[in-house]
Design a protein around this ligand. Structure first.
Ligand code: SAM
Length: 323
């Protein structure tokens, strides 16, 4: 059973202890009222994962665990079949004892674009808002972060994270909580806060930026990654019903407008550090995510446009400091 007792114990005495004023009540209400119809059966599947301790664990260059001696073919089959139960796998890739989860997204490419521009994560407390399967959280540990907390309300991603955690030797330096950013109190406790791929899903983007700021210590760093449009600081896109088939996209600013928004919210040293068009190699269907992907969301006659006629996905990374 997924329970958050270890997390509560980990934070009981440190800088996150005041989170305990609200979190246990929120998570027990979540367990009572908001469980996904398949959650209990996912939990049962998780219980069948074999306890494997990796001989080598690489979180710096990838998320790869190996063991000597290698898994028996029975153990391999068991791990493979269990991980298949948690499809679709969107964020990764993971290489776990020879089981290579080729996810829809090459999240490692995003990490390569982010990493050169951020303050070193060594010894930091890190919050990853909208962490998905938790892929980047493991990479943050690979950079020496002391403690990484991810939040994401999607329950399948919690199960994927717990499966990976179990297979990485039950690492307790990273925890995923199934809550939304709007449920967090003002923790003011993290040295670095990441919000990657979340802002355009929020109905109120300025509130999102304030919520992120409220989680940072003073002098802490925000790493913000978002869909953007090409344009000056006066331009943004509010799509109609759908953007690239997604219904939950509310607000896509230009990178320059995003910079102004961050400054408006009181961040300083705001920098636009990267912009990249999402390629068809970075987001695509795979054996582990077999439904439609980016190629199906673009105009077949003009891949610079989505099928709705909007500019195709362009993403920016900004860094900023809370004074
Ligand atoms: C596009 S994905 C980004 C995943 C990952 N951060 C990345 O950059 O690859 C957006 C994620 O935000 C999560 N999300 C949606 N609403 C959220 C909220 N209110 N608070 C935190 N996360 C949220 C979704 O479940 C989803 O996993």
């Amino acid at each position: 059973m997924i329970d958050f007792g270890n997390f509560y114990r980990e934070i009981a005495t440190g800088r996150l202890s005041h989170w305990l004023d609200v979190l246990p009540a929120q998570l027990s209400e979540w367990k009572k009222e908001h469980l996904h119809g398949k959650f209990k059966s996912w939990e049962k599947v998780l219980e069948n994962l074999p306890a494997i301790t990796p001989t080598t664990l690489d979180l710096k260059h990838s998320v790869t665990a190996t063991r000597e001696p290698e898994l028996t073919s029975g153990e391999y089959r068991c791990v493979y079949n269990i991980l298949r139960e948690f499809m679709p796998w969107r964020k990764g890739p993971f290489s776990l004892y020879g089981v290579n989860i080729d996810t829809e997204w090459r999240s490692d490419w995003k990490w390569e674009r982010v990493l050169p521009h951020i303050s070193p994560l060594k010894d930091r407390y890190v919050l990853d808002v909208g962490c998905g399967s938790g892929y980047h959280m493991w990479r943050m540990l690979g950079e020496g972060a002391e403690f990484v907390v991810g939040i994401d309300p999607t329950q399948l991603f919690l199960c994927q994270f717990e499966a990976v955690r179990t297979l990485l030797g039950n690492d307790q330096r990273a925890h995923l909580l199934p809550v939304g950013i709007e449920q967090l109190p003002q923790l003011k406790a993290f040295d670095t806060v990441f919000s990657m791929g979340v802002l355009y899903h929020r109905r109120s983007p300025l509130d999102h930026l304030y919520q992120l700021k409220n989680q940072l210590v003073s002098d802490g760093e925000l790493v913000l990654e978002s869909l953007v449009i090409d344009g000056d600081e006066f331009q943004c896109l509010i799509p109609g019903d759908r953007y690239a088939q997604m219904r939950n996209v509310y607000f896509i600013p230009s990178a320059k407008m995003l910079k102004v928004m961050l400054e408006k919210c009181g961040f300083v040293d705001v920098r636009i550090v990267d912009q990249a068009i999402t390629s068809l190699d970075e987001q695509r269907s795979t054996e582990w995510m077999t439904t439609e992907s980016l190629v199906d969301f673009l105009d077949p006659n003009d891949q610079s446009k989505t099928i709705e006629g909007y500019p195709a996905p362009l993403r920016a990374i900004l860094t900023a400091r809370k004074p």
